[in-house]
Design a protein around this ligand. Structure first.
Ligand code: IPM
Ligand code: MG
Length: 364
């Protein structure tokens, strides 16, 4: 089969990790007889530099006309000044909003090979395997009013955590659908003891649960969830939460996997039901790591796992996705590590070597 993939390498280590991901994807194409057509575009700091905007309309059009979008990372310290009129991150947020990517899936998995390689006790984290379903186009990120202004008594700023019933319903449904493909246990994360948006969230979750009698739902307050992630991560399976809570909890949870360089992410425009192909954008959860850029050091695994998610959610290639996941596991079991997951007695490899090793093991 033939697929059109929009490729947006972005800033910092983005281009390097994307190159390795494409290397692995090309191997999948050869082994399983698919043609992947890549259409490259700019996003983030590089787009500001060359096109004067963090995401040009043409790039957005290319994304809309593709089967999936593969993204590296955005962010450049040059634009870190909070006063700057445009930020590289604006491109990412625009892509999410304009492509309607409301559901962000972030799997957290402790690979047996990396269990001794984290800041946690191995016996606490061993076997942890859960997934976040993060709402991605609402809440504080997009709610209005959103502004800064001057008053006679100093400056003020406001962001708005706003959710409609519709927005909550569709993300809760994604949570239930994902739970159905796993242990049939869903944790809905909110702050219903304080926030109105969370009270609506919880009510809607209870209503939607009636359509999923086969799935057991539990409500968990976000602060307790932050604690549970590091106290007893094996307790978790599928968690559904609003945008900002999900942003914070997923970075926290990534540490269980040994590095943010292991945390993949799929942002979907539809409900992921098996056999249903939906437009999605696939990117690692980490940033552009500008200090590591151009050194052939960065860990490409999060991006490669994201690409595997693309194979199954947007292209319907489930067997191929499994082959990519297997190849990653093999490489880790054989002791190969990028700097960020390096451990005693392991073999340290570069970005490119990691890409080669994974590609060589596809379909083995
Ligand atoms: C993420 C990132 C983004 C977010 C930033 C880069 C805007 O942290 O994908 O988690 O906050 O959503
Ligand atoms: Mg984040």
């Amino acid at each position: 089969m033939e697929f059109r993939i929009a490729v947006l390498p972005g800033d910092g280590i983005g281009p390097e990790i994307i190159d390795e991901t494409i290397k692995v994807l090309n191997t999948v194409g050869i082994k399983y007889n698919h043609a992947f057509i890549y259409i490259k575009g700019l996003v983030g700091g590089v787009a500001i530099e060359k096109e004067g905007t963090a995401l040009a309309m043409d790039t957005l059009k290319v994304c809309k006309q593709s089967d999936a979008v593969l993204l590296g990372a955005v962010g450049d310290p040059k634009y870190d000044d909070p006063q700057a009129p445009i930020h590289p991150e604006d491109g990412l947020l625009k892509l999410r909003k304009e492509l309607g990517l409301f559901a962000n899936l972030r799997p957290v998995k402790v690979y047996p090979a990396l269990v001794d390689n984290t800041n946690f006790k191995p016996e606490v984290i061993r076997g942890s395997d859960f997934i976040f379903v993060r709402e991605l186009t609402g809440g504080l990120y997009f709610g209005r009013p959103k502004r800064q202004w001057k008053t006679t008594r100093g400056r003020r700023a406001v962001d708005t955590m706003s959710y409609s019933e519709q927005e909550i319903k569709r993300i809760i449904r994604v949570g239930f659908e994902v739970a159905r493909t796993r242990k049939k246990k869903l944790i809905s994360v909110d702050k219903a003891n304080v926030l109105q948006s969370s009270r609506l969230w919880r009510q809607v979750a209870i209503e939607i649960a009636e359509d999923y009698p086969d799935v057991e739902m539990e409500h968990m307050l976000v602060d307790a969830c932050g604690m549970r992630i590091i106290q007893n991560p094996r307790y978790l399976d599928v968690l559904v939460t609003e945008n900002t809570f999900g942003d914070i909890l997923t970075d926290e949870a990534s540490m269980l996997g040994g590095s943010l360089g292991m945390l993949a992410s799929a942002s979907l425009a539809g409900v992921p039901i098996t056999g249903n192909r939906t437009l999605g954008m696939y990117e690692p959860s980490h940033g552009s790591a500008p200090r590591r850029a151009g050194q052939n050091l960065a860990n490409p695994i999060a991006t490669i796992i994201s690409m595997a998610m693309m194979l199954s959610y947007s292209l319907g290639l489930v067997k191929e996705a499994k082959a990519v996941e297997k190849a990653i596991e093999k490489v880790l079991e054989e002791g190969y590590r990028t700097y960020d997951i390096m451990g005693e007695g392991m073999k340290k490899v570069s970005t490119k070597e990691m890409g080669d090793l994974i590609a060589e093991r596809i379909g083995e």
